[in-house]
Write a protein of this length. Sequence first.
Length: 566
Amino acid sequence: MNDIRRTILWVIFGFSMVLLWDQWQIHNGGKPTFFPGAPTAPAPTTKAPASGVPSAAVPAAANAAAPTPAGMVPGGAPASAGVAPAVKGEKFTVTTDLLRLTFDTVGGSLVRTEFLNVAGEDKAGHYVLLDDSAGRKYVAETGLIGGDFPNHTTIMSASGARELKEGANELVLKFESPEQGGVRFIKTYTFKRGAYEATVRHEVINAGAAPASPQLYLQLVRENFKLPGDSSFYSTFTGPAVYTEAKKFQKVDQSDIEKNKADFQKESSNGYVAMVQHYFASAWILPDGIKRELFARKVDTNFYSVGMIASLGPIAPGSNKAVEATFFAGPQEENLMEKIAPGLELVKDYGWLTILAKPLYWLLTQLYSFLHNWGWAIMALVLTIKIAFYWLQAKGYESMAKMKAINPKVMAMRERFKDNPQQMQQEMMRIYREEKVNPMGGCFPIMVQIPVFIALYWVLLSSVEMRSAPWIGWIKDLSAPDPFFILPVVMTLTTMLQTALNPTPPDPMQAKLMWFMPLAFSVMFFFFPSGLVLYWITNNVLSIAQQWLINTRMGVPPQFNLPKFR
């Protein structure tokens, strides 16, 4: 009876894991993995006017409870302007050693970022993050609110270099607005060699006869487009995020924004706002000490914004005030982001296993610096972890070896008492006591290691270093699935071999489930990145070698227990 109950519990557990995986995919914005249902038509894409935000000129607070900045009406438009009409400006390109950037003289907004040292999704050309083109919009904007002041709909004049010259270490680009509402707005971008971030100085000059109290807003506006290469078998967070010293990294789910239930710190004097996706991110960062209101909102059918509003205080006639912000758009390289702003590296999201994942990532990069190949570094990292856990895992394998040694005695006893389940259970417990075998002894060591290997999974899934990184031969990109499915097949075979080395459960149904679960799990790996499959193969091979060694040392000859499905 107990065996039947255990079998039923295993079936329920396995089915529950399938359902949880499916719901996790939906929660992260992906397609359902196992129950896709009827196909849904994509949301219609509205081409946004040149203002950058469809149906609204400047940002508003994320929900009705948040305070509305002075000079704004609900919905975000300036109180005196209503909805801004489309304005035609000039777009031009600026190039540094790492970036090719496109600016728009409408608002001096950054409307395209192309990374010159990062391959595009099709590995032809460069990777584009921010973009303002047909069917896609993702831009960075700033401006003033609190009156009829220059904002990201205002046409500005541009001056400055268009290319980082040989031998030069920085490029400066300036946008200046005409006088509007008694103030002039000057926006100056400074890009440095070897950097993905830029310093953006916002200077407000009161050219009028009365004091002015504008507020500075910085925002990222993004269309809810599906990313190329998104997989329904694995996904990472895509969407707005907020970081403050008090609440740390806070992801803002798009569905929560739509329901007006977005939960994040709305006011702070430090931190940043960001748009996050797999491998890449953009962010606006203000210096610590400047009080700011944080917002995330839906601005139209298919557009979202995240940003900050900072008060500049009163500016007397003839005076000026300036605020320097930092704008980042680039790959999620932890070592680089840590130097730009506190907590910026957290856009590379490891979730609740960050405390384990960060040291694993550090160790992986140290191994890479020695081996100069990310594939070999992955294998070396798994070997290092296996060595660290050797004695703990050895205890588990010793327990399994003992179970395997007494398995013939248990099977004979089960046959003898097959018509008396209660007596069978008592005899089984007696055998375990006499042989000093703990049937759960092989589980605890494995459970202890699971968080470490899950953390390693997220390190490999999230690290942009894996993108376009070759290993050997046919594996040209460790972030992409094996084009010939060789690694997934090897992974499946090693999983089956490892299962065959384990002792056969006494109950026939449990024995069948022992084979079914790893085989079902292996199917998903046909669609996983090669780096993840390589890590799992290495772990399997090392586990088989350790199990074989321990069985031999204990005098239990290794044998393959093949399934009996009759």
